[in-house]
Write a protein that binds this ligand. Structure first.
Ligand code: AKG
Ligand code: FE2
Length: 305
């Protein structure tokens, strides 16, 4: 390896999804698809430039999260879920800086409405509309990425529709308190973990903190701009692709007193759907790597994050 290369720290690939006509079948699509596969195989992660969600809408939503998290704990706790971390959680002994509020099945406007009714019995149509439109727009990116993966593997016609139909969406909003530690000292905001779902798409306020582990074990920053998102592959996508896609290990490290807000859309294989590699991806050279599993069962059994 050339010496300059050895010294270049690894960086999360940045991929441009901003072309207005990024459509299957076009040259641009094939180029972007190749970069996506490459990034998912090497890092399990990339930064997607996707200005379909306007920076203005993102900013407005992030500032409305200040009001959401400022609600009394008893109000936030009304948002319960049978699945750990899918409802409200906060001030857990092993996650002292973090609070999270999830909306499961956020693809359905009625679910978003129910959530808003719990938080604001007097109504909050603005918040409802912001969530519905963010979920709709980020879903477009999720669909494109998943289509690119099944296309690259040559199984588009047989599996794309069922892949999309078997998915539910978890929309999770997160707040991390700043750390009291001295400047230059980091404190863990979120323990290192791999997501169990298919794909996670995240954005954060100006307080960065997300880090992704490379296959060599180095932790590298996963930063976003007002127009870009971090896309992470989870264990379900790794299993479904029989290990072609790497599931990225990641964590949040906080530094400084400022609060961090982040927002994530998780595509989650619905309960009862068995995540298993299609027969086309299993052969002598590629033996089946993972036993079929139900992603929701894994989430239900989670004790740590
Ligand atoms: O807050 C973040 O940026 C990361 C959140 C995360 O990894 C998760 O909720 O699974
Ligand atoms: Fe995660």
């Amino acid at each position: 390896m050339a010496p300059e290369k050895e010294n270049t720290p690894p960086e999360i690939p940045k991929i441009d999804f901003s072309a207005p006509k990024l459509q299957p079948g076009t040259e641009n699509w094939s180029e972007v698809r190749a970069k996506v596969m490459n990034a998912l195989e090497s890092y399990g992660c990339f930064e997607a430039v996707f200005p379909r969600v306007s920076p203005e809408a993102r900013r407005t939503f992030l500032s409305s999260l200040e009001d959401l998290f400022a609600l009394p704990v008893e109000t936030k706790e009304r948002n319960v879920s049978d699945i750990p971390y899918f409802g409200y959680f906060g001030r857990l002994p092993y996650l002292p800086l973090m609070e999270g509020i999830g909306i499961f099945n956020a693809g359905l406007p009625a679910t978003v409405q129910d959530f808003c009714d719990l938080m604001w019995p007097q109504g909050n149509p603005n918040f409802r509309e912001m969530v519905i439109s963010l979920v709709g727009q980020i879903k477009e990116l999720d669909h494109m990425v998943r289509r690119m993966v099944v296309e690259s593997l040559g199984v588009l016609d047989k599996y794309y529709e069922s892949h999309i139909e078997s998915t539910e969406y978890l929309f999770r909003m997160m707040k991390y308190r700043g750390t009291e530690r001295d400047q230059g000292t980091q404190q863990q905001g979120l323990v290192e973990h791999t997501d169990s779902n298919t794909i996670t798409i995240l954005f954060q306020n100006h307080v960065m903190g997300l880090q992704v582990q490379t296959k060599d074990g180095d932790w590298i920053p996963a930063e976003t701009s007002p127009e870009s998102f971090i896309v992470l592959a989870g264990a379900s996508l790794m299993a479904w692709t029989n290990g072609r896609v790497h599931a990225a290990h990641h964590r949040v490290m906080m530094e400084g007193k400022e609060e961090r807000y982040s927002v994530a859309l998780f595509s989650v294989p619905r309960a009862g759907y068995l995540v298993q590699a299609p027969e086309e991806l299993v052969d002598e050279k590629h033996p089946l790597l993972f036993k079929p599993f139900d992603c929701i069962e894994i989430e239900l059994e989670k004790s740590g994050y």
